[in-house]
Design a protein around this ligand. Structure first.
Ligand code: ATP
Ligand code: MG
Length: 313
């Protein structure tokens, strides 16, 4: 993995201080992850897995207990780098101003000035379909509108890296589609996107790679397609054979499909031929992202614990 990664966590441990001497809460445990430039990276994991904690550490909002990392090749918290990053918080909190003025404010904070600032602000508000509420105070926006305004704020400085903590959690289906397209366009323009989400079907559609965080550790990381391909099962699609020989087959576009263990793949193909059929394709079976997520989250088990923490920070 290159040194010019967009984002890198190197053995980051975070223990939240326990209240009045209580046992500290371990949120990240020697967490390492590299996000390459130009990819859309999905950061998944059950509630409380440590996603927001990792994102806040990367943004420099708090320090790790141990470990370190880099964002756009600078140590976490490097002030000047912040202007090259677009950030959307899990709970959007914008300055209480009219929507347009709030987005402008963040553009100015990140170094935009004059005509460029006005133009970019307008464009982002249009892109997120907020034209009708530009003069409404952000405190009076609906939850979805506020999330859209948060996205406009994150995008206004045309950042190289987007760090988005559940960017579509409040959006209606139209908004979700729009954000999906927006992220794909950002990628096409060479940007990097790091997003956490519980919307697994969306993640599956747009992410090049995925990491699943469970109890502060990476339980699985890899290319989306490869993670979802089953190593143990194959799908055989065929036509022309009598369905009677394959009671377990599923009818799909006038063809039949069976899922079999890899070890039975050859025998199945021969069985299709013997029944007078023709094999159309043989693929590794695909599992759903939800299936993978659930099995990893359960493997860690409710009884499993993150390594016992040392002293609180
Ligand atoms: N400020 C804090 N003080 C103490 N503990 C905290 C604090 N913030 C988070 N935690 C704990 O750290 C763990 C990780 O929380 P975090 O918010 O990072 O999870 P998450 O993966 O973002 O979850 P979600 O999917 O619900 O957003 C949880 O056990 C949480 O209770
Ligand atoms: Mg979170």
């Amino acid at each position: 993995m290159g040194n010019d990664a967009a984002l890198r966590f190197d053995g980051v441990t975070k223990e939240y201080r326990g209240f009045l001497g209580r046992t500290p809460v371990p949120a990240l445990d020697k967490f390492s992850l590299t996000v390459e430039r130009g990819e859309i990276f999905g950061f998944l994991g059950p509630n409380g897995a440590g996603k927001t904690t990792a994102i806040h550490i990367a943004m420099g909002f708090m320090k790790p207990t141990r470990g370190a990392g880099q964002m756009l090749e600078k140590g976490f918290g490097h002030a000047a780098t912040r202007a090259r990053v677009g950030f959307l918080a899990e709970n959007v909190a914008l300055v209480h101003r009219p929507a347009e003025s709030a987005v402008r404010y963040y553009g100015a904070l990140n170094g935009l000035r004059g005509v460029t600032l006005t133009k970019r602000t307008r464009e982002m508000l249009e892109l997120l379909e907020l034209e009708d509420v530009v003069r409404r105070n952000v405190a009076k926006l609906s939850r979805g509108m506020l999330q859209r305004a948060g996205l406009a704020q994150a995008l206004v400085n045309d950042p190289e890296l987007l760090v988005l903590d559940e960017p579509t959690s409040a959006l209606d289906p139209l908004g979700r589609v729009a954000v999906r397209e927006l992220l794909l366009r950002a990628k096409a323009a060479g940007k990097t996107v790091f997003l956490s989400s519980h919307m697994l079907s969306e993640i599956e559609l747009i992410c090049d790679r995925i990491a699943i965080l469970v109890r502060g550790r990476v339980a699985r990381v890899g290319k989306t397609n490869e993670l979802l391909e089953s190593r143990d099962e194959a799908e055989v699609v065929f036509s022309g054979a009598s369905g009677a020989a394959f009671p377990e087959a599923v009818l799909e576009n006038e063809m039949l499909r069976v899922t079999v263990p890899k070890s039975a793949q050859r025998a199945t193909i021969e069985k299709v031929w013997a029944a007078g059929g023709e094999v159309v394709k043989v693929n590794p079976a695909r599992r759903s992202l939800e299936g993978l997520f659930v099995s990893l989250a359960n493997q860690a088990g409710p009884g499993a614990t993150v390594q016992k923490p040392g002293a609180a920070r």
